[in-house]
Design a binder for this molecule. Sequence first.
Ligand SMILES: [Zn+2]
Length: 319
Amino acid sequence: MRTTIASLSREIISEADAYLYLENMRWHGETKCPKCLSTDVHYVTPTNGVSRTTAGGSQSARRVWRCTPCRKQFSVLTGTIMHATKISVRTWVMVIFEMCASKNGVAAREIERKYGLCPRTAWHMLHRIREAMSHDDYVLFSGDVVVDEVYIGGNPEFRHANDTREVGIGRGSKKTPVVSVIDVNTHTVRSQVLESVDSKALGDAIRMNVDTATTTLHTDSFRGYLSVGRAMAGHYIVDHKAGIYATDKTNGTNLCENYFAQLKRGLKGTHIHVDPKHLHRYLNEFDYRYSTCELTDSERMADLGTRLAGKLPYAHVIA
Ligand SMILES: [Zn+2]
């Protein structure tokens, strides 16, 4: 069945339902100990059969498991972005779905109003979901790869004199440069914020993501790509200044242009202002949705369920 906000609200009525839903999302019926990965685990039935009493004396619907080999107790939240959360699991599931299903992203302000959270909690929650959406860097791209850079942020000349928010990252830049590397076959994109736009920074960003021996690079005529292009199996260039956007050998950087249009629409329309120091997390989110655009919302939600491991404490986000 297709997952929608309506189907989720019908399926998840209580907090216990939300735990069950998340367990299915993360473990697909095979509960695994997050510490030793053993499947030799058993459910710990609460003493009154229904709920557990927390250290603070309140009742909790938390579903607790115990691992036989390492004797650790855990729940579906242990070792995930939701570890030690005070937000209800039902809210988490709903917000994760909203993040999976909204093409232009969801604003923290919106989540705050819809779910009755405080601003800081909503903001941190969305960043933790973005953490789950981050790249699988260990798989290198090969074959045809398109690379281009884009500049994010408003023009500082039009700022109000009292506006002291940070602008741009990197050497003397007014906007924040971002480079995106897209695998043509899989339409997987990885973007990163650059400290400067030169051969070294661009080369490093490309080498980090592709297998140079088997990759053909497609870029515009910016000189910064020439050096790294020589190390690749091939390098096709389109000269935008001469009005050439595609040749018989390459479709140029059109894939990147499409992605940048989507990224800018989301950043401008939904998030309005993104602090450059948090931009990399927003890129994770937009990269993830673009890379999984072939999936339905339900499939994307299921995929994200397998990526929940990892932590992002509030102190780490604001550091
Ligand atoms: Zn264990």
